[in-house]
Design a protein around this ligand. Structure first.
Ligand code: SF4
Length: 307
């Protein structure tokens, strides 16, 4: 019988996963507070397993303990290692900003992974689906909530709709690694008495979880957000007019342009190539807003078919 994971296991696994992601993105250094290093050294020198969280005082986030001067000094210690910008939009960020942002995101992820603010969801979930991608990206996609596949894998948009989203992102000239993808709700909405199917998050659940997404957006500071589907629009903007009326028109979220469009799962259900073209036109507007050059081929996707 498989052993149940404790919150501590989930926290450690999630943190290690996040470090791996950062490493793949080329990040080679994270500022860490001296107190944290001392605590880690003490643990490793005693060569004993980490104690459970109930008896452990977890240090505040490294980013919160760092002063800009300490972070600058720490970065200066990296021998000849100017941190390469990950995307053109990150070119204006200093190395300190990039690493402080990474540390703050890791701390936020750590908090979300052990969150139990919705006890019924904490009880039923397999994983907290925090978000994935480049935290310096100018482009962020926001969906509704994890489904069964996402809950199982701990990653947003990995099922059939996610694969379609991945193709859309590639057609735009990006990849899953160069954008950031997150959901309004970080835990799968439970479906008591049902072994399959998904349900829409309640307004209360969305409100409870919203601070995590707000912090993610605040850290990433994307130039454009794409809201996928009516629930994402409702959770982000509080608008309920219906996605077919809102799509194609930029909205404002605290100074960041938001493009509402149909959820990829709607595209999977719809036979209409005209609907696919509508979504593509929304993405062309997003590319224009990002000042990304658009090829003739990109401009013409689904055009003949939908005429
Ligand atoms: S849905 Fe959000 S607020 Fe609710 S338990 Fe999960 S992470 Fe916490």
């Amino acid at each position: 019988m498989p052993l149940m994971k404790t919150d501590w296991d989930v926290l450690v696994e999630g943190f290690l996963g996040h470090l791996e992601e950062l490493k793949e993105q080329g990040v080679r250094f994270l500022p860490v507070a001296p107190q944290t290093l001392a605590a880690l050294e003490a643990l490793s020198s005693k060569a004993r397993p980490l104690p459970p969280p109930s008896r452990t005082r977890i240090d505040p986030a490294p980013a919160l303990l760092l002063t800009p001067e300490k972070a600058q000094a720490a970065v200066a210690r990296i021998e000849g290692s100017p941190v390469a910008p990950l995307v053109p939009g990150a070119a204006n960020l200093s190395a300190v900003d990039q690493h402080t942002r990474a540390a703050a995101m890791a701390e936020l992820r750590g908090r979300a992974l052990v969150c139990r603010k919705c006890p019924h969801l904490a009880q039923s979930r397999k994983n907290v689906v925090f978000g994935i991608g480049d935290i310096h990206s100018p482009l962020m996609f926001v969906g509704e909530a994890p489904g069964a596949d996402e809950d199982a894998q701990g990653e947003p948009f990995v099922g059939a709709a996610g694969q379609l989203l991945t193709r859309m992102i590639r057609a735009m000239g990006f990849s899953r690694e160069t954008v950031y993808i997150a959901n309004i709700l970080k835990c799968r909405p439970d479906t008591p008495g049902q072994s399959f199917g998904n349900r829409k998050p309640t307004a209360e659940e969305m409100k409870t979880c919203a601070p995590y997404l707000l912090e993610q957006i605040g850290l990433i500071q994307p130039k454009v957000i794409v809201a996928l589907g009516a629930t994402a629009v409702e959770g982000l903007l509080g608008r309920r007019e219906g996605i077919s009326r809102l799509r194609g028109h930029f909205q404002d979220f605290r100074g960041t342009p938001v493009m509402p469009t149909y959820h990829p799962s709607y595209l999977l259900r719809s036979e209409s190539l005209a609907v696919k073209r509508q979504v593509w036109e929304d993405m062309l507007q997003v590319l224009e807003k990002l000042n990304v050059p658009i090829t003739e081929k990109q401009r013409n996707y689904f055009l003949k078919a939908s005429a």
